[in-house]
Design a protein around this ligand. Structure first.
Ligand code: KIV
Ligand code: NA
Length: 265
């Protein structure tokens, strides 16, 4: 297949063709997931928990994100690669965010992702004006886990939902080219997806987003900890890891994952 582009991802959103994203942290998995038809590889700072054994994503550094982004970029041929800006690498100033984003782009990311709304809008505009595609991330934002009081569903009350709708609109207006929505009610995620011209990728946000993302090790059932309800084990009934990845892509595309009865709020 041809390398995925932002233009193509936007077309998929407009046409209702679902986008399949997985996290990826190394070259072996990048080659495998790309061959299995995964559209987007997210070098997520979830690697702090999955690979490094930390209790949250807070300890992950920019150097570590750049290292894993380089590994993924070497293994990948056609998928769209997104690099997470880690905690503390974009909050201080727009200039700090630019420097950190440049580091990940030079490591091989096609786009950077940052968490939060409101104050992030001007940072997103600053990066986009300088030629860096940006993915925003609202709802449960794991870098703020200690401020949020745990991994809980966000946007459940009217004020929370209204704030999320407003921040999503502002981020898209500022030039964000993609939005991740994590752990929010599916109706709210569906509304935001319909309202925005950009692809909205959900995790624990229902089937009405433009696409889905899961943490690779969770969907391969490698994670020892108790998993959130929105995860499906794609190794169950699969002959190989590649088969599991292919079944994930197929389930996202035909909208059999996520299942409203099992995986949504
Ligand atoms: O780091 C990560 O894996 C993420 C996804 C859960 C969206 O940000
Ligand atoms: Na992340």
């Amino acid at each position: 297949r041809k390398p995925l582009t932002l233009h193509r991802l936007r077309e998929m959103h407009a046409a209702g063709d679902k986008i399949a994203m997985l996290t990826c942290y190394d070259a072996t998995f990048a080659t495998l997931l790309d061959a299995a038809g995964v559209d987007c590889l997210l070098v997520g700072d979830s690697l702090g928990m999955v690979l490094q054994g930390h209790a949250s994503t807070v300890p992950v550094t920019l150097d570590e994100m750049a290292y894993h982004t380089r590994c993924v970029a070497r293994g990948n041929q056609t998928a769209w690669v997104i690099g997470d800006l880690p905690f503390g690498s974009y909050q201080a100033s727009k200039e700090q965010a630019l420097h950190s984003a440049v580091t990940l782009m030079q490591a091989g990311a096609h786009m950077v992702k940052l968490e939060g709304g409101g104050w992030t809008t001007e940072t997103v505009r600053f990066l986009v004006e300088r030629g860096i595609p940006v993915c925003a991330h609202l709802g449960l934002t794991p870098q703020s886990v200690h401020a949020l009081g745990g991994y809980r569903v966000q946007g459940r009350n009217m004020e929370g939902a209204a704030q999320l709708r407003q921040q999503a609109g502002e981020l898209a207006e500022a030039g964000a080219a993609m939005l991740v929505l994590e752990l929010i009610p599916s109706t709210l995620a569906g509304e935001v997806t319909t309202a925005l011209p950009i692809p909205v990728i959900g995790i624990g946000a229902g089937v009405d987003c433009s696409g889905q993302v899961l943490v690779l090790h969770d969907m391969l059932n490698l994670t020892a900890a108790r998993l959130p309800r929105f995860v499906r084990n794609f190794m169950a009934g699969s002959a190989s890891v590649e088969d599991a990845a292919r079944r994930y892509v197929a389930a996202v595309k035909d909208q059999s994952f996520p299942d409203p009865a099992l995986h949504t709020y």
